[in-house]
Design a protein. Sequence first.
Length: 171
Amino acid sequence: MKITVYLAASANGKISNQRNVPDWLSKEYGQGFMAISQQTKAVIMGKTTYNILAPDYLPLKNEGALIVLTHDTSAKPAQSNVIFTSEKPQAIAAMLEHQGYSEAVIIGGTATVSEFMKARLVNELILVVEPVLFGAGLPLLKEVDHEIKMALVDVKKLNDHTVQLHYRLTT
Ligand SMILES: NC(=O)c1ccc[n+]([C@@H]2O[C@H](COP(=O)([O-])OP(=O)(O)OC[C@H]3O[C@@H](n4cnc5c(N)ncnc54)[C@H](OP(=O)(O)O)[C@@H]3O)[C@@H](O)[C@H]2O)c1
């Protein structure tokens, strides 16, 4: 199972601002978010991110799997392909593989990306760097106490101000 993290970040590595308003995201980030979700058909996110996206902005409609990490697994999902789970990352990856998925994308947020990084299950990171600096906000990772080395796969300029960095994790 290949697992990719796809995130937008400020130029100083924050994935949200203190206001928690996504008005700094480019349309190219949104297009990439839809494209990678359509490609993998398996999308993993935390409940906080789900609460921002549901019901109107979830990246898959009637196909694939939207896996949402939450302790409240009895909540009512917004659509039939949403799976609320409190399973560990290894079990989630195994479940997706069992269902026939060979790839998945993690779309946020910090807690969820960190869980999968801690479990060393992330193969690739695609970071869309937006032209902004946040003095406060959410970091990309928290409580991940090992260093992660990466190889640069690709750099793409998405518009006049936004760059996409594509990395493969090597450790
Ligand atoms: N820049 C970007 O690309 C991007 C993308 C997405 C989100 N974001 C930002 O990230 C923020 C959210 O990040 P976040 O770290 O606060 O939240 P998150 O990862 O989206 O969701 C956290 C929630 O997921 C559940 N969870 C996490 N780990 C779990 C585990 N091991 N077992 C069971 N449930 C688990 C818990 O839900 P329960 O409390 O329900 O148990 C937890 O409160 C958003 O506000 C948004 O601003 C940015």
